[in-house]
Design a binder for this molecule. Structure first.
Ligand code: SF4
Length: 372
């Protein structure tokens, strides 16, 4: 039996407001003969304020709330679970989607800012050796409302606190295999009637999908780009990221350079450091040479255990030595010790447990791999 609200038809038969674009939301309001400011109020309730029921929309008359409720549903992603870290204040959310799919997102507070890490796909086609998401296989791309929907409960924790907040597409999936969904979600996140975040507060991280980098550039959004590089030679990249490495390393670096030029902002090159795999002085020298003089920042991420028993995280001393070796040749180097390792929320650790079964398991269609 379908759920039913007191004042309307079964909820499942009503279109959900959260699946509408802002343009469609505006049209909905104007077509009812309501003034335009009602559209702005409704958008704010949906996104910035994250209302969970029409009753919360107290600047609407009771009559208007009932009218909207009769015709539309106000569905939110279901938070199936939330785990809070005992060591660093981060939280991992498991969201259940309408078709039974599930994805994870992470809330990461630091002294100066909060970072909200969201997913763009359930699973991933790329199967990088250091990442547990890749081991799940690929299920499907997320729709824009499923991407933005992850942010709603996380945003409520920072809204109104004045905390600098960034959104990163570094959760489950390869964002540039879902360009259509990611670009639409970014537009909503950036819109003043959405979450109102500027493009420099949003980072899209790719394992190296060059056509996707170019499409993201053509979208004109100007969000920050990060490239998960992890190797200083084509051969090493083929071992660590066999599917992503189908693109030649130099072509990838060239595409990142073009993107940086176009938006006049540095591209972050992420490098997961794995002991005895890619952390030698030679690796550091080759990495510096590969990126020499480019508009890049190198972000070293010590490996977080889980994906493979054969991989090890280097010690702090080894990480420091690698960074020091890079430093004179590549001055913009940072080390990111991931938050949330005690709740399996750190970089490379996101995956949906077997207890949360997806409906199907398949590989991406060419259309999904290419975005829209
Ligand atoms: S690192 Fe990113 S691209 Fe690689 S398998 Fe994991 S989610 Fe996919």
């Amino acid at each position: 039996m379908q759920p039913r609200s007191e004042s309307g038809p079964p909820i499942a038969t009503r279109p959900s407001l959260s699946t509408l674009s802002l343009g469609e939301l505006r049209e909905l309001i104007l077509s009812r003969g309501l003034p335009e400011y009602r559209y702005r109020q409704l958008a704010r309730w949906l996104y910035d304020k994250g209302a969970e029921s029409f009753d919360e929309m107290t600047d609407f008359s009771l009559e208007l709330r009932r009218e909207l409720e009769r015709e539309y549903a106000l569905e939110r992603l279901e938070v199936a679970s939330r785990r809070d870290s005992a060591v660093d204040g981060s939280s991992k959310y498991l969201f259940r989607l309408a078709d039974g799919a599930a994805v994870e997102s992470v809330f990461m507070p630091t002294e100066k800012r909060v970072t909200l890490c969201i997913s763009s796909q359930m699973g991933c086609t790329l199967d990088c050796v250091f990442c547990q998401t890749g081991q799940m296989g690929f299920y499907r791309n997320l729709e824009p409302h499923e991407i933005v929907g992850q942010l709603i409960p996380l945003w409520k924790r920072v809204r109104g606190t004045g905390t600098r907040t960034n959104v990163v597409f570094m959760g489950m999936g390869e964002p540039l295999h879902n360009v259509r969904g990611v670009v639409a979600a970014c537009r909503l996140i950036m819109d003043p009637l959405g979450l109102g975040l500027g493009p420099k507060r949003i980072t899209v991280s790719t394992a190296g999908v060059v056509p996707g980098i170019r499409r993201l550039a053509r979208s004109g959004l100007g969000v920050r780009l990060a490239v998960s590089l992890n190797a200083s030679t084509q051969e090493a990249r083929e071992r660590l990221m066999p599917r992503a490495a189908k693109t030649d390393l130099r072509e990838l670096v060239g595409a990142a350079r073009e993107y940086a030029r176009r938006f006049q902002s540095r591209v972050t090159m992420e490098y997961v450091l794995m002991q005895g795999v890619n952390d030698s002085p030679r690796d550091a020298d080759r990495l510096a040479a590969l990126l020499a003089g480019g508009p890049f920042k190198i972000n070293l991420i010590p490996y977080n255990p889980g994906a493979s028993p054969e991989l090890r995280r280097p010690s702090r001393e080894q990480v420091d030595r690698f960074a020091q070796r890079l430093f004179p040749q590549a001055p913009a180097v940072t080390v990111r010790w991931s938050l949330g390792p005690d709740i399996a929320a750190a970089c490379g650790q996101l995956h949906v447990e077997a207890a949360d079964p997806p409906r199907t398991r398949r590989t991406a269609s060419p259309r999904e791999r290419g975005g829209s």
